[in-house]
Design a protein around this ligand. Structure first.
Ligand SMILES: NC(=O)c1ccc[n+]([C@@H]2O[C@H](COP(=O)([O-])OP(=O)(O)OC[C@H]3O[C@@H](n4cnc5c(N)ncnc54)[C@H](OP(=O)(O)O)[C@@H]3O)[C@@H](O)[C@H]2O)c1
Length: 284
């Protein structure tokens, strides 16, 4: 496994396992499978409803595979309805209880809505008290990120945003670099949209290295200094998605993949009021 060094000196695996849309029933098995094949970073969120299952898997991994808590990097995220200092503080305690752990490696503000400055202060406090090893944000577009970076004491270590070959986030990446924030991709496969897994450019390039579209897409992001957390409920795909450290895409192939960028979300815009209404209406 390769690692990135966050702005507070904490090491984070460049590749992890995401559990969005993994049902609570399947999540414990999936996370345990992921750990058994070598994943050490797990990305969950209050909103996914599966923190408890992740916690069960962490415990089971120690017993079954001898993988200790210290070897794992656990991320969770504070949902909008838990926004504001008081609520966020309570929800962080609740996340720790569900995850059955004394500390979380990384906590992100899930969305840039509600009183996220209050949320951030609660996270800064938990960080200083040692319950969280690093704090950051998710879905913060460059304008929101810059604003936050200007006015907080503990600079965000990570910004997790939609990033894949069709939405490469070049400008957002530049601002993250400028403010020392690690870029992390969600939806590295665009959740399969736009016939992702049969994209001819990715297929052709992958073939040269004996790699699948999924592996080529992940390799492209890792070589672009982006942390990835692909999701799959299938163990053979988990194995495939981790097998991306034995090849290097040439400059020419990187350029060809860069040309796939459409610079637009395949999901939604956080600037669209209908999206804001939809997301802020979800209570978790
Ligand atoms: N911060 C946020 O707002 C946010 C939003 C979305 C996601 N996330 C995080 O990012 C993680 C990843 O994003 P995502 O789950 O939305 O989507 P994704 O990783 O882009 O795509 C997952 C989809 O790809 C399929 N897949 C995985 N590996 C494959 C392979 N090797 N070949 C073919 N198909 C494959 C999976 O199917 P199977 O499962 O059936 O294999 C699933 O349908 C999430 O789990 C979550 O932790 C965060």
């Amino acid at each position: 496994m390769e690692y990135v060094l966050l702005n507070n000196g904490i090491k984070m695996p460049v590749l992890g396992y995401g559990v969005y849309q993994v049902s609570n029933e399947e999540c414990e098995r999936c996370v345990l499978d992921a750990i058994s094949v070598g994943y050490r970073s797990i990305d969950t969120a209050q909103a996914y409803g599966n923190e408890e299952a992740v916690g069960n898997a962490i415990n089971a991994a120690a017993k079954k595979y001898g993988v200790s808590r210290e070897e794992l990097f656990i991320t969770t995220k504070v949902w909008i309805s838990n926004g504001g200092y008081e609520k966020a503080k309570i929800s962080l305690k609740e996340s720790l209880r569900k995850l059955q752990t004394e500390y979380v490696d990384l906590v992100l503000i899930h969305q840039p809505f509600n009183d996220y400055y209050g949320t951030y202060r609660a996270m800064e406090e938990a960080y200083k008290e040692g319950f969280i090893r690093a704090i950051g944000v998710s879905n913060f577009y460059p304008d929101r990120l810059v604003d936050l970076c200007r006015f907080v004491e503990v600079k965000p270590a990570v910004n997790q945003v939609e990033t894949h070959v069709f939405q490469q986030q070049e400008k957002a990446h530049e601002y993250m670099l400028k403010y020392g924030v690690q870029h992390e991709s969600w939806g590295s496969f665009a959740e399969g949209r736009k016939d992702f897994f049969t994209n001819p450019v990715l297929m052709e390039i992958g073939k040269k290295y004996g790699k699948s579209v999924a592996q080529t897409a992940l390799r492209f992001l890792i070589q672009s200094d982006v942390v990835v957390i692909p999701k799959s409920i299938h163990i053979e795909r988990m194995v495939q998605n981790m097998d991306v450290f034995d090849f290097v895409l040439s400059d020419g192939d990187m350029t060809a993949i860069r040309a796939l960028d459409e610079k637009e979300s395949l999901f939604f815009s956080h600037y669209d009021p209908a999206t804001v209404e939809m997301l802020t209406g979800l209570h978790r």
